[in-house]
Design a protein around this ligand. Structure first.
Ligand code: NDP
Length: 294
């Protein structure tokens, strides 16, 4: 059986990588991009450039969107709604849960199926065996196209609510971006004593790489199960100790003349836990204050 045709709309680094992964797997791929010159590379590799979004949508049942945000989907497909009936839109763009649910309802109103997704690797890793993608939304449509989507990365389906995949993606980026800001802040702080970034980064990566072992001797799923049960054991490192450390980081940042916004936010998490009577608990207790901000 020949591979099914796939349409990819949006040819930033991610869209281009998806097109190449699908072409390599033998799928005929039709593309459209607002700036047509961005299609030149993938057309040279074998994709067909559609003349319009409507032409692109008409090329196959599976339409993958890789755009800056969900408004871009409405901007592109707003003039092509008559062609949407019976198609499956798989939107792999980032946006809010509300926009994602709104898009699913909009697709349904045009008799199209909707699946939201979040690609968890950067463009150069799309289509490799390290790539993985979260999906949620229309389960039947996802199952129908699972084989094609698997060429982008290992697919995981998270259920009917299209916002779940969107939030799974954003939660990962939340952890990732916050970690990057922490590394940047720490680099600035240590730099105030003349320690270069070149010296510091390999050192701090030793600690970052050891985080799973430090946090959870029984594995991170077991740690998650404790959080889900509302249990936050503090043996070895309780919130009073961690809060004092957070105080020192704020004071050191202030005296070094570096920005204190990030360490003050961290400090506030521990002081909230202590103020709520959880000084003897472990760090995971701070999730309560984050869930219910004062
Ligand atoms: P880019 O910003 O490079 O590409 C965005 C695409 O959206 C371009 O094709 C652009 O068209 C199009 N676009 C934006 N606004 C409009 C609009 N109003 N109308 C029509 N087209 C529009 O993004 P990436 O390829 O890097 O990422 C795409 C999505 O994937 C994003 O949502 C991103 O968050 C997500 N993602 C990105 C990762 C990465 O490492 N880059 C990793 C995981 C997910 P034009 O070329 O004309 O500007």
């Amino acid at each position: 059986m020949s591979a099914t045709p796939v349409t990819v709309i949006g040819l930033g680094p991610m869209g281009q990588a998806m097109v190449r992964a699908l072409l390599a797997a033998g799928h005929p791929v039709t593309v459209w991009n607002r700036t047509p010159s961005r299609a030149e590379g993938v057309v040279a590799d074998g994709a067909r450039l559609a003349a319009s979004p409507a032409d692109a949508v008409a090329a196959g049942d599976l339409v993958i969107l890789s755009l800056t945000d969900y408004q871009a989907m409405w901007d592109v497909l707003g003039g092509a709604t008559a062609r949407l009936a019976g198609r499956t839109l798989v939107n792999l763009s980032s946006d809010t849960p509300d926009k994602t649910r709104e898009a699913a309802a909009w697709a349904r109103s045009h008799s199209a199926s909707f699946v939201a997704g979040g690609v968890m690797v950067p463009a150069p890793m799309v289509g490799t065996d390290r790539a993985y993608v979260y999906y949620s939304g229309d389960a039947e449509a996802f199952d129908a196209h699972r084989a094609a989507l698997a060429h982008l990365g290992e697919p995981s389906f998270l259920g009917d609510d299209p916002a779940r995949a969107q939030l799974m993606y954003q939660a990962h980026l939340d952890a990732f971006l916050t970690t990057l800001s922490g590394i940047a802040h720490a680099t600035a702080l240590v730099g105030s004593a003349g320690i270069t970034a070149e010296e510091f980064l390999p050192e701090v990566m030793r600690l970052i790489g050891a985080i799973p072992d430090m946090l959870a001797a029984d594995g991170v799923a077991a740690l998650g199960a404790l959080i889900d049960r509302g249990e936050h054991p503090g043996e070895g490192a309780d919130n009073v100790m961690l809060g004092a450390t957070a105080d020192h980081i704020v004071a050191s940042s202030r005296s070094a003349g570096v920005d204190t916004a990030l360490p003050r936010a961290v400090q506030a998490h521990y002081h909230r836990a202590i103020d709520d009577g959880h000084g003897a608990d472990g760090w995971t207790r701070i999730v309560d204050g984050i869930r219910a901000p004062a």
